[in-house]
Design a protein around this ligand. Structure first.
Ligand SMILES: [Fe+2]
Ligand SMILES: [Fe+2]
Length: 218
């Protein structure tokens, strides 16, 4: 059985691949003024149900409460919750502009591209933050009982995905990547060094639990 950290790292990787596809859609609009509507719909369905849906729900309902019980400071969790809310807001803005953009309305196209670029960058930055700071803490802090409980919560959320199977959402991303060409690879999630070099999240920061001896900064 996969560990909590393996489940979340795998999902971050899939989300980063979808974000790279979204970047490509935005790049194409900038180059051609045409929006790939079917691809955009697939990606927005993935982000709505899986990334901002099931994945964030796993963290919010099961991972974060477990970490709080294990001593992670509340304001560290609030920082991650803020990221989630900002991502959801950018996603709502993409949905609002999709119909107009699909009809070629220039203002809607501009706004769709702006929010798409913002959303893709936010998703990458957030996944970097979790991969490099949060998940090492999970490995350090989580005992076997907590791990079992959190994984049971994850399975319950996966069982309620709107389209029932996780494979459906993997297929959405694969289909989008295929339609966009073979060059799509995640631009992040990065290694710590590459992330810092391109101005991404710097993992020296900030999510350590209170009283931890390793590099806490409040
Ligand atoms: Fe998150
Ligand atoms: Fe995450």
């Amino acid at each position: 059985m996969k560990k909590v950290t393996e489940v979340l790292r795998d999902e971050h990787c899939l989300i980063a691949r979808a974000a790279a596809c979204l970047d490509r859609v935005a790049d194409e609009v900038l180059a051609t003024d045409d929006l790939r509507v079917v691809v955009a719909l697939d990606l927005l369905e993935f982000f709505e149900d899986f990334a901002d849906g099931a994945h964030q729900e796993k963290e919010e309902r099961h991972l974060f409460p477990a970490l709080l019980r294990l001593g992670l400071a509340k304001h560290r969790v609030f920082e991650l919750l803020d990221d989630h809310e900002n991502e959801r807001e950018a996603l709502r803005s993409m949905w609002r502009n999709l119909e107009g953009a699909a009809c070629g309305d220039p203002l809607s196209l501009d706004d769709f591209v702006r929010f798409a670029v913002e959303y893709a960058a936010d998703q990458r930055r957030h996944a970097d933050k979790e991969n490099h700071v949060l998940l090492p803490l999970v490995e350090e802090l989580m005992d076997a009982d907590t791990e079992r409980r959190v994984l049971a919560g994850f399975r319950e959320i996966d069982s309620k995905l709107p389209r029932k199977t996780r494979a459906h959402y993997v297929a959405l991303v694969q289909r989008a990547a295929r339609r966009l060409g073979s060059q799509i690879a995640p631009r992040g999630v990065t290694s710590a060094r590459r992330g810092a070099a391109r101005g991404g999240y710097r993992p020296s920061a900030t999510l350590r639990p209170r009283g931890s001896s390793r590099g806490a900064r409040s």
